[in-house]
Design a protein around this ligand. Sequence first.
Ligand SMILES: O=P(O)(O)OC[C@@H](O)[C@@H](O)c1c[nH]c2ccccc12
Length: 266
Amino acid sequence: MSNLSDIFKNKKAFIPFVVADDPDFDTTVKNVVSLANGGADIVELGIPFSDPVADGPVIQAADLRAFKAGITTDKVFEIVEAVRKLTDVPIVFLTYLNIPFKYGFNRFLKRCSELNVSGLVIPDLPLESRDEIVPTANQYGIDIIPLVTPTSGNRIKKIAEAATGFIYVVSSMGITGQRDSFYSGIQELVAEIRKYTNVPTAIGFGVHTPEQAAQMAEIADGVIIGSAIVDIIDKHGISAPEQVNRFAVSVSESINQEGTKAAKAV
Ligand SMILES: O=P(O)(O)OC[C@@H](O)[C@@H](O)c1c[nH]c2ccccc12
């Protein structure tokens, strides 16, 4: 099992997402540290991309703010370097395939391993293309986190059997951003994955409140929250870190409250 998998062993994992360089270098570093201090188990750092096909308006706007701040792939690594002076919180990148491809898979993954980045979530990497990057990633001990969606169907077995780190379970069809309800078969989807692997699962897409996070954490081993946090960053700009920290505290408390919930039920 990879180090990422171990994180899910004794608790539900909270995996917040922010976009690198939104709205600037220093605020991103502070936001990541605030999330870590607020109980984040893994931070998912988004590498801004010009054509983020899986992203809704909130994250698209964050990507634009990052481009305005002059983001480049090297600057993303510099941000992680600055973060690493302050916290060793596990980090995974959310990146579209073109970014590591253009940078050079070997060069990109080497840099990741130097900075202790544990994994990559690549939403536009199909199962069939994993072999292009996975052998190099293995060489550097980096997990390529696969995504399972409500339409993965009979591909789930293959995806699950090839998975390392954790499996990103997409809560419902469509793009990132707030939702009031999720795919009704989400529980069965997670059960299906668990037939084939012990690699932990984390649900993301549309989770916006600590209550929704607790619901999803009951179904899976962890929960991913992006747009809700990116929204806070949009609203508060350079003073976001404090608000981001508060939100992280409320989510991490909410998802690991089995005792309280049992007491309430009595
Ligand atoms: O923003 P949401 O709805 O909370 O979803 C998580 C998400 O932000 C993050 O994991 C993510 C950002 N961009 C993506 C693209 C594809 C898959 C996942 C993502």
